[in-house]
Design a protein around this ligand. Structure first.
Ligand code: PDD
Length: 284
């Protein structure tokens, strides 16, 4: 069934939506994106995604095509037109079409594209069973705090994981885990502390991460924001990932080594519950 998508001011059937072959998103991956989940037909943490989008745009001197209020209106209209109860809204802003030149155009006309994807996020079988990850070297560029559309290395990582019968890859730099290919990475130590890498240019500043850490602290759990090694992860009581599409999803195996007893841990399951309750409550 054809979806209605949004392209530069218009809501169109997906087969009629067009972007120029000269678009810098296509030629240079000169674009940024956001993925906002939809639960019960409502947007989860929309303000957080909007704030990060504006930060990404600012870091790249890219003009915002519309303001935040208009973005919310477009998100809601797409969810409504496509009848999405559960799934995601994908948004991409690029520097727009221009003759091919590495230097940015003096007067860019940014492109704005949004579409929806229906997905079962709340009852995901992966969340129930937990996922297996492999480790790979983190060979991405040095500004991972900017949510750009240059996702080829993460895509290669997912394929490497798939080839080994795993679900995802955790990336490692100088011996320390940075993050998953499309999620933030956490461990729970044997004495119950939640450890996740501190914010820097080395990782994406996850919107789900911020919410989960806030809820964990409110529930009197101990949180440590610091790098951890792969060895520490393999000896942890639990491991999990967070993102807009996985919420909190337990990791039950790293490089073939079972984490804990090889089933989703208590802390991960509890955090998923709290997160799902809280984010459904405040969705807009
Ligand atoms: N990915 N780290 C990376 C590299 C990511 O790509 C993502 C999100 C996250 C988690 O961020 P958030 O909690 O704001 O979703 C961390 C999205 C879901 C994607 O690319 O589909």
């Amino acid at each position: 069934m054809s979806r209605t998508v949004y392209v530069n001011g218009e809501f169109l059937p997906e087969e009629d939506a067009k972007i120029s072959v000269f678009d810098r998103g296509f030629l240079f991956a000169d674009g940024v994106y956001e993925v906002t989940s939809v639960l019960g037909g409502k947007l989860v943490d929309f303000d957080g995604h909007c704030a990060r989008l504006n930060r990404s745009l600012g870091e790249l001197d890219m003009p915002a095509p519309v303001d935040d209020a208009e973005l919310l209106r477009i998100h809601r209209e797409l969810v409504k037109q496509n009848g999405v109860e559960e799934g995601l809204v994908y948004l991409q802003v690029t520097r727009g079409p221009a003759d091919r030149d590495f230097a940015y155009p003096a007067e860019p006309v940014p492109s704005l594209v949004l579409f929806t994807q229906v997905m079962n996020l709340s009852e995901s079988p992966k969340a129930a069973a937990g996922i297996k990850v492999i480790s790979i070297e983190d060979l991405r560029w040095g500004r991972r705090d900017i949510k750009t559309v240059q996702l080829l290395y993460p895509a290669m990582g997912k394929m490497a994981a798939k080839a080994e019968g795993a679900d995802d890859a955790w990336m490692v730099e100088d011996g320390f885990v940075t993050e998953g290919t499309s999620n933030n990475a956490y461990i729970v130590t044997q004495d119950g502390r939640i450890v996740t890498r501190d914010l820097s240019n080395a990782i994406l500043h996850g919107i789900t991460r911020a919410a989960v850490l806030r809820f964990a602290r409110e529930a009197q759990m101990v949180v440590e924001e610091r790098p951890f090694t792969l060895e520490e992860a393999k000896e942890a009581a639990e491991a999990f990932v967070t993102s807009a599409t996985t919420f909190v999803t337990p990791v039950v195996e790293i490089d073939g080594v079972e984490i804990g007893d090889g089933t989703p841990g208590r802390v991960s399951r509890r955090l998923r519950e709290i997160y799902m309750d809280e984010c459904s409550r405040v969705a807009v």
